[in-house]
Write a protein that binds this ligand. Structure first.
Ligand SMILES: Cc1cc2nc3c(=O)[nH]c(=O)nc-3n(C[C@H](O)[C@H](O)[C@H](O)COP(=O)(O)OP(=O)(O)OC[C@H]3O[C@@H](n4cnc5c(N)ncnc54)[C@H](O)[C@@H]3O)c2cc1C
Length: 465
């Protein structure tokens, strides 16, 4: 909590600079800023309040906020759409939330050099719409595109289901403008995708979760819109059969956009024959002839691996709707969580068995039956599993134990605790499983150099120490 006298000074200074309407401090206005889509525990829900919320429009406005925060050593929490899943925005130390919602302008679209420069608060959906009007696309398809912002996606290392062809947001960043904790403006480098000069400073801020500075401008790589699109959707008896088809695809030279395999209770609503529990879909985009040929190649894989090709459906609609449905549910329920590890392909079966047949039952947690598991079979072997938590104090304690055991299992099998959605509070205390003391120390030293007073989103991303 900020002391009363300091709060008065900070409020006056920031209201002068940003305008009174852009500084929120009444408790009722602060309630929406007490949590994101993560629950620390049911008792701690809405427990932590920020002291103030500011809504700057410009880099100069952000600089002024940082100046005031630095003077009084007030924590700063840069915020985009607030859709992160790991508690990155829970104001555990109070402070000032820097809501970037009004920093949402497209500053330049450069079709010749295939880049776009934006303020950080524009949502991915809005940006795609603006680019589409100019025949271009960013191609970052997250389940949260409607709310996730460019600043938030960069800062949480956003994962896109179109990653095989277009990479993730990390691969799109050309250059960033960042207001550092000392108020300086850092330009990370020229607005080019490829350069061998300097250290790649922009990548330092990818996945930094607001702990190193506030991104005020981003230049990103874009591509021309494709001539044709096609999705092949197929059903299998079970997840493992779908995965075998995915392995065939990955072992081929087919140029697909992204692909996923699912385990579901019932795929009939997607038009599957009765009893099918495995889903496999592959997306293609590009020149018409190329897309047709690649899609036919995958249909052959499906036939050869005993799958049933879906017919008479709108793949874009069905797959889009499916994603939105499970994402929407994920955002609202408190008594559920997810695992999102990267697991090397040869260990997926072992991870699956240990997670669902040992760890989860031991701690009384149950998978969501209609949507137990999905897996990215594009560039990444990212698994996604959803489970519910019993609504009791012991239920919550067991869940935290299971959470750590699942993390340990991922690391033991040569993977990573959390392939996407970042660390926040949720995975912070498990980082020691994945990184050596030396690696954690280097990270802490980087943080100290850029943020010596620890005002940038303190208590997130790194374990205390
Ligand atoms: C329904 C649903 C579906 C999802 N699907 C996906 C998915 O497909 N792929 C995926 O990767 N994630 C997904 N997520 C998680 C989340 O949407 C992403 O992490 C998203 O990129 C976060 O963007 P945001 O604007 O909401 O960021 P926020 O939640 O507002 O912030 C995230 C982090 O970024 C920091 N930050 C925000 N703006 C700035 C800035 N300008 N400068 C510095 N730091 C900043 C914050 O401090 C915080 O630490 C999903 C979440 C939900 C609820």
């Amino acid at each position: 909590m900020i002391e009363k006298a300091i709060m008065g000074q900070a409020l006056a200074a920031l209201s002068d600079e940003l305008g009174e309407e852009n500084v929120l401090w009444r408790k009722s206005d602060l309630v929406p800023y007490t949590r994101d889509t993560f629950t620390i525990s049911p008792e701690e829900d809405n427990k932590y309040f920020p002291d103030m919320v500011v809504l700057p429009r410009t880099t100069a406005g952000v600089q002024e906020v940082v100046r005031v925060a630095r003077k009084h050593r007030i924590p700063l929490l840069p915020k985009g759409g607030g859709s992160n899943r790991t508690g990155m925005l829970v104001p555990i130390h109070g402070g000032i939330v820097v809501d970037t919602i009004k920093m949402n302008r497209v500053l330049e679209i450069d079709p010749l050099n295939l880049s776009v420069t934006v303020q950080p608060g524009i949502t991915l959906k809005e940006l795609e719409e603006k680019l589409s009007g100019r025949g271009l696309a960013l191609n970052q398809e997250q389940g949260s595109v409607k709310v996730a912002t460019v600043g938030g996606a960069i800062s949480s290392f956003g994962f896109s289901r179109k990653n095989q062809k277009y990479g993730t947001i990390a691969d799109r960043v050309e250059s960033l403008e960042v207001v550092l904790a000392n108020g300086e403006i850092l330009r990370t480098g020229p607005k080019v995708l490829y350069t061998s000069t300097g250290y790649k400073l922009s990548q330092l801020f990818v996945g930094a979760e607001g702990t190193l500075g506030i991104i005020t401008e981003a230049t990103l790589r874009v591509e021309p819109l494709p001539e044709a699109k096609e999705t092949v959707l197929a059903f299998y008896d079970d997840f493992w059969a779908a995965l075998r088809a995915a392995e065939r695809l990955r072992g081929s030279c087919a140029a697909f956009v992204g692909a996923e395999a699912y385990e579901v209770e019932n795929a009939e609503e997607l038009g599957a024959p009765e009893g099918k529990k495995g889903i496999f879909f592959v997306m293609f985009e590009g020149l018409k002839g190329e897309v047709e040929a690649q899609a036919e190649f995958v249909r052959d894989i499906v036939r050869e691996t005993g799958g049933a090709l879906a017919s008479g459906y709108d793949p874009e609609g069905l797959i889009g709707l499916y994603a939105t449905q499970w994402c929407g549910l994920r955002a609202i329920s408190r008594f559920e969580d997810e695992v999102l590890p990267y697991i090397p392909a040869q260990h997926i079966r072992e991870y699956y068995d240990r997670l669902w047949n040992e760890i989860m039952p031991k701690h009384g947690l149950s998978p969501f039956s209609y949507d137990k598991l999905s897996m990215d079979v594009g560039r990444y072997s990212m698994l996604y599993g959803r489970f519910s938590i019993p609504e009791s104090e012991t239920g919550w304690q067991e869940y935290r134990r299971a959470h750590r055991e699942a993390a340990r299992t991922a690391v033991e099998l040569g993977g990573s605790i959390c392939a996407c959605t970042g660390v926040g509070i949720s995975h912070r205390d498990n980082l020691d499983l994945e990184f050596s003391d030396v690696a954690l120390d280097v990270m802490r030293r980087i943080k100290r150099v850029l943020d010596p007073d620890n005002i940038m989103n303190p208590g997130k991303k790194l374990p205390p120490g």
